[in-house]
Design a binder for this molecule. Structure first.
Ligand code: SF4
Length: 102
């Protein structure tokens, strides 16, 4: 898998997060490099999992699948974004992430 990673940044052109922020740290290229290096960084939660970067990609990487697996590792390591812990607790209690009783 790792041999298919690219540093061309072509995937960035399709990413709604990168288009909105213009921040390289939340661009597909960065996510791919983190995945390549096996770095389980909470920044990986910034991806919407929309899959747009897989169009015309030359990486051959299923970024959605890889990011979901990385997120599981991040949560298992207790490194998820603090707000996500609150969302999870609210979900368990009320069935929604807002903590609103139905
Ligand atoms: S799947 Fe994630 S990285 Fe790829 S285009 Fe969508 S938001 Fe960006």
């Amino acid at each position: 898998m790792k041999e298919h990673y690219t540093d061309s940044g072509m995937e960035n052109a399709h990413c709604p997060v990168f288009k909105a922020t213009r921040l390289e740290r939340v661009a597909p290229r960065t996510f791919l490099l983190l995945l390549k290096e096996g770095i389980n960084d909470p920044v990986l939660f910034n991806c919407t999992l929309c899959g747009a970067c897989t169009q015309d990609t030359v990486t051959g990487i299923d970024i959605q699948k890889e990011l979901k697996q990385a997120r599981i590792r991040i949560v298992n390591e207790g490194k998820e974004i603090p707000e996500f812990k609150e969302y999870a607790l609210a979900w368990k209690k009320t069935g929604n992430i807002y903590g609103v009783e139905e």
